[in-house]
Every structure is written in structure tokens, then in C-alpha cells.
Design a protein around this ligand. Structure first.
Ligand code: PGA
Length: 258
């Protein structure tokens, strides 16, 4: 198995204002070493992407957007293209987040188009997959997450897999305070990686990072990150609090923060 560099991502969702965003970055940057030994990224709301990119200059913190549209330009009121996001200096984009899927009715087909557009603009996508509570209780977790994985990656070329990260985010764990147990996360991460191996080869599967997301906190981060196959975390609520996010970063590499 290849060593995968851990990756901790903070999804700010529709939170913070300009001052809050800058304050959070200034706290984080004062504590992060030049190379913490793992990857860190934050995903601010669109209006703050550029100021956060600027605030993170010279730090290991990368910046991404929470969504994009797949068309290049034109009459799509309210949408933001991948080239606009890249133009601001962002290097990543979250795609298929459960709130996009369930609040805004995004389909796997639309998400696949966004994946292709993002990769075409050299934005590294994080493709989110996850089952609802009803789907888990009905025994449909595998079916749902594998469908979202396969359909989301449908247009990705072999050479592009190195830029893609997957995030397993059970919908029932997002913002609820009920995280998946390490065993539950480990089971789905293995399922996802085995599917990647079956379709794209073991080398691609072993190189791809699969993050866990859903109520990650300083209290549960270390246990989740110890699970084989859990390569990092996509953190929502706790990423808005500098102290909590910093503690989760420390869990990603205790040695670098001893
Ligand atoms: P949460 O959100 O950490 O607040 O549960 C995670 C996410 O939606 O990415």
C-alpha cells in the first residue's frame, strides 16, 4: 500500500463574515508549521474565497470552493464557473456534498459534469458520498455510496484520478453530533476503496485519499483517523472554531504538534 498523506479539510458552509473568516485564518496560520506533514484546506463561501486565498499566502493552507457549475460561462444566473474559482487562486472544490444533493436536488449526473469541469480547470475535487439514515436502516448503504462513487467519477480520465479525493459523509452524521463509529467508517471506506480497485486498479485505489466527514470533533478525530483507510477528515461545524480545528489538525499528525 502506498503511503497516503493525510488531508484535513474545513467546510465552512454558509457561515462567517469577512472579519470572521480573516480572524479564523490568522489564528490557524499562527499555529501551523510551514510543513505540518499533512494537507490542510479550507472551503469558504464564494464571496470570501479571494480574501481567504490572500490570507493563506505563504502558509500550507489551501483554499477551495464549496460548489461550482459545470458550464463554462453564459446565462446561468447565480452560478459560478470553475475558471472563475481558479482565477481567484482557489485550487480545490467540494462536489456532491449531501446538502447540495438533498437541499438543492443535485443529481449524480450533474455532479459528474462538475467533476469533469473542475478537473479541466485543474481544481482538485473532493467528491462526497453518503447514505441517509433511512437508506442505512434499509440496508442500502453499499448500494447508495457505490452508485454515488461510480456515477460521480464517470467522466474522470485515468490520468486525473491522482487529483481526486473522496469523502465518505453519512448524511445522518452531518451536523447531528452523531458521528459514524470507527468501525462503521472503516467498513464503508474499505467498500469504496475495493470498488475503486476493481474498476481502476489497485494502484489507483491505494493512491486515492478517502476522508471521513460527519460530526468530526477534537474528541473523536484521533480514533477516526486511526482507522486503516481513513485518510483524513472533512470537518464542518468544528472547522469554524480555530481551537477545535487546530485540535483536529493536531490529531492528524501528533508528532508535528507535540
Ligand atoms: P459537520 O459537517 O462536521 O458539521 O457534521 C461535515 C460536512 O458537512 O462536511
Amino acid at each position: 500500500m502506498t503511503a497516503r498523506r493525510r488531508f484535513i479539510a474545513g467546510n465552512w458552509k454558509m457561515n462567517l463574515d469577512r472579519a470572521g473568516a480573516l480572524g479564523l485564518i490568522s489564528s490557524l496560520r499562527s499555529k501551523l508549521p510551514h510543513d505540518p506533514g499533512f494537507d490542510v484546506a479550507v472551503f469558504p463561501p464564494f464571496p470570501y474565497v479571494e480574501i481567504v486565498v490572500n490570507a493563506c499566502a505563504g502558509t500550507p493552507i489551501r483554499v477551495g470552493a464549496q460548489n461550482c457549475y459545470f458550464e463554462a460561462k453564459g446565462a446561468f444566473t447565480g452560478e459560478v464557473s470553475v475558471s472563475m474559482i481558479a482565477d481567484l487562486g482557489a485550487t480545490s472544490v467540494i462536489l456532491g456534498h449531501s446538502e447540495r444533493r438533498h437541499v438543492f436536488n443535485e443529481t449524480d449526473t450533474a455532479i459528474a459534469k462538475k467533476m469533469t469541469a473542475a478537473l479541466g480547470a485543474r481544481l482538485a475535487p473532493i467528491l462526497c458520498v453518503g447514505e441517509t439514515l433511512a437508506e442505512r436502516q434499509a440496508g442500502r448503504t453499499s448500494e447508495i455510496v457505490l452508485r454515488q462513487l461510480v456515477e460521480g467519477l464517470a467522466g474522470v480520465a485515468a490520468a486525473q484520478f491522482g487529483s481526486v479525493t473522496i469523502a465518505y459523509e453519512p448524511v445522518w452524521a452531518i451536523g447531528t453530533g452523531v458521528n459514524a463509529t470507527p468501525d462503521q467508517a472503516g467498513e464503508v471506506h474499505s467498500l469504496l476503496r475495493n470498488e475503486l480497485a476493481a474498476r481502476h486498479g489497485r494502484a489507483v485505489a491505494d493512491a486515492m485519499r478517502i476522508l471521513y466527514g460527519g460530526s468530526v470533533t477534537p474528541e473523536n478525530a484521533a480514533a477516526l483517523l486511526r482507522v486503516p483507510g481513513v485518510d483524513g477528515a472533512l470537518v464542518g461545524g468544528a472547522s469554524l472554531d480555530a481551537g477545535k480545528f487546530q485540535a483536529i489538525l493536531s490529531a492528524a499528525n501528533p508528532a508535528a504538534h507535540a
